[in-house]
Design a binder for this molecule. Structure first.
Ligand code: PEP
Ligand code: MG
Length: 777
């Protein structure tokens, strides 16, 4: 059998039908809406080259030094010629044509796509490396099949395979022949975030056939959908062109998008819902995040392709809890609010002083500075040197060698799934796509800084040269594939230097960033530091510390707590002699009490937040510690406003750390807080009257005490009624028993220690699944 029908194929047939074919067969079998078709198997390609005796010559022809561009060009030409000029044996010709006639009664327009096979194919993205032909009919079907085979030997395919370490003779190619859906709209969907693995679906959509999106010919609309509550963030792009079937010739042509559709949103909420359902079904089916191509015709959604997202790092490459438990926990407070040993070794954060001159979609993370090289034609690639930044309308597969030596990539067009985005992520090169104007605004040779997380290009060299020299992998947050949970799992950070490791856990954000370390490490009390260095220097210290973490997590939220150090810690610093001598500092002058008492000093702290917002760190949230009642909250809110921070626009909230605050939660909700976070270290000590630092009563320090749990449960219930998010950021959030209790109560997020994040993610998932099961049983 030279062909297999999609319904005969499953994932186990990978070696026979290639990645695409196996995936389509598997999807068909799973009852997903896949257009009908068949696969010309990889074995058919093999027997074609072997029976014609061209195999040995073929593999010898491509055994060249791929960095020698003329040798590479000659090799590709010879290999393709060998395949394209070899005639089909009659029986094979007949079998393929007969099969085609069964699809759509012989009148169908079909898509003919190559489907490569290699042992570890599921781990590699062959984006743009093989052929796709649309609207093919019987007349040219066989030629297209042969062209797919030959596409295994284009210059870029040979180069890419060699670089990825694939043996040419071990890679086979199958060809999928599938009925075309005459798409009115189409696009791609990542069932989880392609860079971070977060439970966020990203859908890109454009008018007409999907090729325009995949090839980057249009900048598609971008829909970011949170899977838990299905909230959608829409960015409507200007879509100038679309790919459609020409009614007369049946070929795929590029047409201008009619004026009224150019800036119109492509998919509506119902279509997003339908796509989300499909995305969830397909992710469940494969049990891992997928990159899906889809199309819509007459309101029906079809799936054209699905493959695993290859760009989410796996746990082995990301954070290894076994390796660094001690370091990871170093710096978390020891229960007294005091900060222990500092960590060292992470890169310093760049000075972000440049002005944003171009922005687009951050599609491959990392920040680099370099000289812009405007590439308008392939010849321009020669001028791209190591460390340069390629600026081009859109990248093409032939640009891969240059993309590899570039420090960064910026394109005018394309979305998160365009060639530039996929390949740059896989190469580990920071990239921004879909800027619309980079090639006209930026000048050849101009020094710029590219921030691939935020999608902004800044003027000038904003990254220090020694940082540029560091391998990108080492300074980039890595996100392991993590369990998808409806309850967010965040991480606590006490030392900005730990941010990279914290981000590598794949946490949904920072649930508590303590600022004490940033201040205490100055070795002077805030008042003394301001007196000697000026208020601006104080504000800047905070900005630098917070920004390090906010950058690392962007766009994931970072909840920053205003200063909460007890006087006994300040007393040890220069200027500490002016601190009040307190009998019980834990019950004393700390947290919001001190801040409200010294609004003159607090103002410089809030100024740091104001300036961070001004710089674009919209992921920063503000949290007030040790509030007791609504009066504290109203006063803190007033100081926010006086500092030029709009409490309506920014996310801010409080810690629930005293029984008083738990009992006053309804009034505090009325004061406009966005969230309440349980500081169980303090809530436990104050509820049980057990000093958290006193070893004589340490055995009575029990965060799971029924009275503590009752306060927490009541607060969660009240907050749910008032639409206030709830979270925990005390140490107890890392304990499985507490996690079980909180998820059952309906908490919005749990923030755990770095080393506990992974376990908490699993525990949350387990409890959520049990809740679901219980609800249907
Ligand atoms: C808490 O009280 O639980 C908390 C997180 O704050 P800290 O430990 O810094 O007092
Ligand atoms: Mg506390």
């Amino acid at each position: 059998m030279a062909v297999l029908w999609l319904e005969e194929i499953s994932a186990d047939d990978l070696e026979t039908v290639g990645g695409k074919g196996a995936s389509l067969g598997e999807l068909t079998g799973a009852g997903l809406p896949v257009p009908p078709g068949f696969v010309v198997t990889a074995g058919t390609y093999r027997s074609f080259i072997e029976e014609a005796n061209i195999d040995e010559e073929l593999f010898a022809a491509v055994d060249v030094d791929v960095d020698d561009s003329s040798a590479l060009a000659d090799a590709a030409e010879r290999a393709q010629e060998l395949i394209l000029e070899t005639p089909f044996p009659d029986d094979l010709r007949e079998e393929i044509v007969e099969s085609y006639r069964e699809v759509g009664d012989g009148e169908a327009f079909v898509a003919v796509r190559s489907s490569a096979t290699a042992e570890d194919l599921p781990d590699a993205s062959f984006a743009g490396q093989q052929e796709t032909f649309l609207n093919v009919t019987e007349e040219n079907l066989l030629d297209r099949v042969r062209e797919c085979w030959a596409s295994l030997f284009t210059q870029r395919a040979i180069y890419y395979r060699q670089e990825q370490g694939f043996d040419h003779s071990a890679v086979n190619i199958a060809v999928v022949v599938q009925q075309m859906v005459d798409a009115e709209k189409s696009g791609v969907m990542f069932t989880s975030h392609p860079s971070t693995g977060d439970p966020t679906m990203i859908i890109e959509a454009a008018w007409g056939l999907g090729e325009a999106v995949v090839s980057g010919a249009v900048s598609p609309d971008n829909y970011v959908v949170e899977r838990d509550d299905r909230s959608v963030d829409v960015t409507v792009a200007e879509k100038k062109v679309m790919h459609v079937k020409d009614e007369e010739t049946g070929t795929t042509v590029e047409r201008e998008v009619p004026q009224d559709k150019r800036n119109a949103r492509v998919i509506d909420d119902a279509e997003i819902d339908a796509l989300l359902d499909l995305g969830e079904r397909v992710e469940d089916h494969y049990d891992e995040p997928q990159d899906v191509e889809w199309a819509i015709v007459d309101g029906d959604v079809y799936m054209l392709q699905s493959r695993p997202i290859t760009t989410i790092d796996d746990a082995g490459e990301g954070y290894d809890p076994g390796e660094s438990d001690a370091e990871a926990t170093a710096g978390l407070t020891d229960g007294s609010g005091s900060v222990q040993a500092a960590e060292a070794g992470s890169a310093a954060e760049p000075e972000q002083t440049g002005e944003v001159i171009v922005d687009g979609l951050g599609s491959s993370p990392g920040t680099v500075s370099g000289e812009a090289r405007i590439v308008t034609k392939l010849d321009d690639l020669a001028k791209v040197g190591e460390g340069d930044i390629i600026v081009t309308e859109m990248t093409m597969p032939d640009m891969v060698p240059a993309m590899k030596r570039a420090a960064g990539i910026i394109t005018d067009e394309g979305g998160m799934t365009s060639h530039a985005a996929i390949v740059s992520r896989e190469l580990g090169v920071p990239a921004i796509v879909g800027t619309t104007n980079a090639t006209t605004v930026l000048e050849d040779g101009q020094v710029v800084t590219l921030d691939g997380d935020k999608g902004s290009v800044l003027e000038g060299q904003v990254v220090e040269p020694e940082e540029e020299a560091e391998p990108v992998e080492e300074v980039r947050p890595k996100s392991p594939v993590k369990p998808m949970t409806a309850t967010e799992v965040k991480v606590n950070v006490s030392i900005p230097e730990a941010a990279e490791r914290a981000a590598a856990t794949g946490a949904d954000g920072v649930g508590l960033l303590r600022t004490e370390h940033m201040i205490l490490s100055l070795n002077q009390t805030p008042e003394k530091f301001i007196e000697e260095n000026g208020a601006d220097a104080y504000t800047k210290e905070l900005i630098d510390g917070i920004r390090g973490v906010a950058d690392e997590f962007y766009p994931r939220p970072v909840r920053v707590r205003t200063l909460d150090a007890p006087t006994d810690e300040f007393r040890q610093l220069e200027g500490g002699e002016d601190e009040p001598a307190e009998h019980n500092p834990m019950l004393g002058y700390r947290g919001i009490r001190r801040s409200l008492d010294r609004p003159d000093v607090f103002a410089h702290e809030l100024e740091a937040f104001r300036r961070l917002y001004e710089m674009g760190y919209d992921n920063v949230e503000i949290m007030f510690p040790l509030v007791n009642d609504a009066d504290d909250v109203y006063r803190a809110r007033q100081l926010l406003t006086e500092s030029g921070i709009d409490p309506e626009k920014r996310k801010w909230g409080i810690m629930v750390e005293t029984p008083a605050s738990a009992l006053a939660i309804e009034e505090m909700a009325a004061a406009g807080i966005d969230f309440a976070s349980f500081g169980t270290n303090d809530l436990t000590q104050y509820t049980l009257a057990v000093d958290r630092n006193n070893e004589n009563v340490a055995d009575r320090f029990d965060e799971l005490h029924p009275s503590v749990l009752r306060l927490i449960g009541d607060v969660i219930e009240t907050c749910r009624e008032h639409d206030v998010d709830t979270s925990i950021c005390g140490q107890a959030g890392s304990k499985p028993e507490m996690v079980q209790f909180l998820v059952n109560e309906g908490i919005s997020s749990i923030s755990a220690n770095i080393d506990a994040v992974r376990d908490v993610q699993h525990e949350v998932k387990r409890v959520e699944q049990k809740l679901l099961l219980d609800s249907v049983r």
